[in-house]
Design a protein around this ligand. Structure first.
Ligand code: GSH
Length: 216
């Protein structure tokens, strides 16, 4: 069978979510870094017209987006799908809202980093709102922590945990935010960081190949 490839970037929290799941489920993969994140060519993003990463590829099959990649990847492991607690399995309003809040926070983090750090654009009302919403989502998750935990089956790998850990470790890497008022989130991140999957997937920038043209 052809090799499973994760097409993404070691500095991306969405890519790391997929890599974490691969490590947790013991699925082998090769990471194919995308270097030109500002490209407008879908081919750079494994054909994704949204020009987003990550993607998962095996042979001629490609799926786009971190959750799809996780779903496809889980099918490659014995009992993989059943070992995972998926966002769509959240059964209560609180658990559904927790997944929604996390999904927003992960997307907001991309936008904040692109606006403030990559593009170095000055704040505007939309960017201020985005940053505020990111911080408020984190605070909400911390405030409801015990009730959220009660909704996640401890024997399964919760996509929620993978995404949250990836986001929390991405903050100091790309967009430092003071989390001292969120002790439950910081304790969670500290605990998860000891897992072999976390230690195998630290954030770093993939060095571009020498022939890649630089963008201003
Ligand atoms: N819904 C997508 C979002 C992916 C996403 O926003 N990826 C970021 C990198 S972490 C990206 O492609 N950024 C480039 C851009 O937005 O132009 C997923 O879950 O994979």
């Amino acid at each position: 069978m052809s090799q499973l490839e994760i097409i993404g970037h070691r500095s991306s929290h969405y890519t790391r979510q997929v890599r974490l799941l691969a490590h947790e489920l013991g699925v082998e993969y090769a990471l194919r870094p995308i270097h030109d994140l500002m490209s407008e060519d879908p081919a750079v993003f494994a054909g994704n017209p949204a020009l987003k990463l990550p993607a998962l590829r095996r042979g001629d099959t490609v799926v786009w987006g971190s959750l799809n990649a996780c779903r496809w990847l889980a099918r490659q492991a014995d009992d993989g799908v059943a070992r995972v607690f998926w966002p769509e399995q959240a059964g209560t309003a609180l658990a559904m809202n927790a997944h929604e809040v996390l999904a927003h926070a992960m997307a907001a983090q991309v936008e904040v980093v692109f606006h403030e750090i990559v593009s170095q654009r000055p704040p505007d009302p939309a960017s201020r709102k985005r940053r505020t919403s990111l911080v408020q989502c984190l605070a909400w998750l911390d405030r409801h922590w015990d009730d959220i935990r009660a909704e996640l089956p401890p024997a399964r790998i919760a996509i929620f945990d993978l995404g949250l850990f990836c986001l929390l470790e991405h903050l100091p890497f790309r967009n430092p935010i003071d989390l001292s008022s969120m002790p439950r989130l910081t304790a969670f991140a500290g605990g998860f960081a000891t897992r072999p999957s976390a230690q195998a997937t630290p954030y770093r920038f993939d060095a571009p190949p020498p022939d890649l043209p630089t963008r201003a």
